[in-house]
Design a protein around this ligand. Structure first.
Ligand code: GLN
Length: 485
């Protein structure tokens, strides 16, 4: 096994015990990145020198007998909407091209304190709006399993980088599925934690009531290890809170699901879902049964029905407000019109791509007086009904299984001209964001044509540990992802 293939938890163990050097691991990862990046194009920035310095520092600490932290020497990549001080943060947008972040996101501080080595930034759909990474203003990223296909999105760069073995672990953000769907498309695991479990300080906001940062990895143990580091209350994010419990890394050792009630989602438009994806969901429920769980059918008619429409009002409404700050005064291309209004217009016309403009217009319309109640108000009432539906369902089951997406990774360009078709692919992931509950996608082998398959698990609010524990059981059953390419 090459060093770049080793899971994060084993890297950390090796670096802590002195059997491995962080610098060797990093060099192996950088070589891997160098040899494939021309094809995959997952990264927007790579910090070679600074990363080598960080790795050397970790090795020194370890040699001097200090504990370098639970992620000692683990190379990580960050989605480019997470701020690293003194570095570019573009959000995949021309609007922020050349903008240098003046501070570190809480994620960066926590990862570095834990001994991780921040290697750089990954490509994404502009301002995280999209499901294919084709909305990046810079270039599209390719799926390492098939370069003609999309890696999913919006955290497509992070997913592709982990799948291809650039790094064992990356962070993404998930507003309606952007961690889980690209993880599924690239054949790795991805977790969207409970809203509030991970700090959003230093994450450029898309839709603040839905956004959540989370880990993406090829190994369930790595997701667990990362959650133990990043799942902290942060005084800098008033919506974050602490969720007491055992360490994630201890919970996943459990291989029995005895006493757990697992619901398999039924009654959605099954005909529209890829048959192999439906099949692996059934297989997953069978594996849960074998591990001692009780399995039954459940339905979420509101979430799987009106959820999509509600999300595509609420997310754009919040985005239209969050993105109002990009007006050319502090951020954006330096163009000046004859009047202030004209300057705003020029900056926003040039700085934003078509999908972001579409969202801002939808959101502004939904919030405008006369339409507010009809659109935004109604979408909020649907959201409340979805929360209630989840509360009800989680009275009778402890975990839920459903497909992560209706389709396998699609071809580049296949949906780019049809935004509504692209939105429809988010139907299974966005309910968890609307309800605030945690959700995980787990790699589930390959399709007949060799593309990755995955299943999605959801758990009640705050029960992320249970989710990752079940994820580890499924990982053992389906087999762990390996590096591709
Ligand atoms: N694909 C969804 C959207 O375009 C979700 C994006 C996300 O989670 N950031 O809004």
């Amino acid at each position: 096994m090459d060093l770049y293939e080793i899971p994060a938890w084993r890297i950390a163990q090796g670096v802590i015990s002195g059997d491995l050097r962080a610098v060797d691991v990093l060099e192996s990862c950088l070589e891997r990145l160098d040899s494939l990046e021309g094809y995959i194009r997952a990264c927007l920035d790579v910090y070679v020198d600074e990363a080598l310095e960080e790795a050397e520092r970790v090795d020194r600490l370890s040699q001097e007998g200090h504990h370098p932290g639970p992620l000692a020497g683990v190379p990580v990549l960050l989605k480019d909407n997470i701020c690293v001080k003194g570095r570019r943060t573009t959000c995949g947008s021309r609007m922020l091209e050349g903008w240098i972040s003046p501070y570190d996101a809480t994620m960066v501080n926590l990862l570095r304190q834990a001994g991780a080595v921040v290697v750089g930034k990954t490509n994404m759909d502009e301002f995280a709006m999209g499901s294919s990474t084709e909305n990046s203003a810079f270039f599209p990223t390719s799926n390492p399993h098939d370069l003609a296909r999309v890696p999913g999105g919006s955290s497509g760069g992070s997913a592709a980088a982990v799948a291809a073995g650039y790094v064992p672990l990356a962070l993404g953000s998930d507003t309606g599925g952007s961690i889980r769907q690209p993880a599924a498309f690239c054949g790795i695991h991805g977790l969207k934690p409970t809203y509030g479990m991970v700090s959003r300080y230093g994450l450029v906001a898309f839709a603040s009531s839905l956004d959540q940062i989370g880990p993406m990895a090829r190994d369930m143990g790595d997701l667990a290890l990362c959650m133990d580091v990043i799942g902290q209350r942060d005084p800098m994010d008033a919506t974050s809170r602490s969720f007491e419990g055992p360490r994630f890394i201890d919970v996943i050792r459990n291989d029995s699901l005895k006493g757990l009630r697992v619901g398999i989602l039924r009654g959605f438009d099954e005909g529209r879902v890829d048959q192999e994806l439906t099949m692996v969901s059934l297989m997953a429920s069978r594996f849960c049964l074998d591990a001692g769980a009780a399995v039954s059918d459940v339905k979420l008619p509101v979430s799987m029905g009106a959820g999509l429409a509600s999300y595509y009002i609420i997310a754009p409404a919040e985005a239209s407000s969050n993105l109002a700050r990009f007006d050319g005064v502090r951020f954006g291309p330096s163009v000046t019109g004859d009047t202030l209004g004209e300057t705003y217009q020029m900056v926003r016309s040039q700085g934003f791509g078509p999908e972001v403009k579409r969202r801002i217009m939808m959101g502004t319309y939904a919030l405008s007086s006369g339409y507010y109640d009809e659109y935004y108000g109604r979408a909020q009432r649907v959201r409340e009904a979805i929360r209630e539906e989840f509360r009800q369902v989680f009275r009778s089951v402890d975990l839920l299984i459903c497909p992560p997406s209706p389709c396998l990774p699609f071809l580049k360009g296949e949906m780019a001209e049809d935004p509504v078709r692209m939105y429809l692919t988010d139907a299974f992931t966005l309910p968890a964001n609307l309800a605030g509950v945690p959700a995980l996608t787990v790699y589930a082998g390959r399709s007949r044509t060799g593309l990755p398959l995955a299943v999605q698990l959801m758990a009640p609010w705050g029960e992320d540990r249970r989710l990752v524990m079940a994820g580890a059981v499924l990982e053992r059953a389906f087999g762990a992802p390996s590096v591709v390419g």
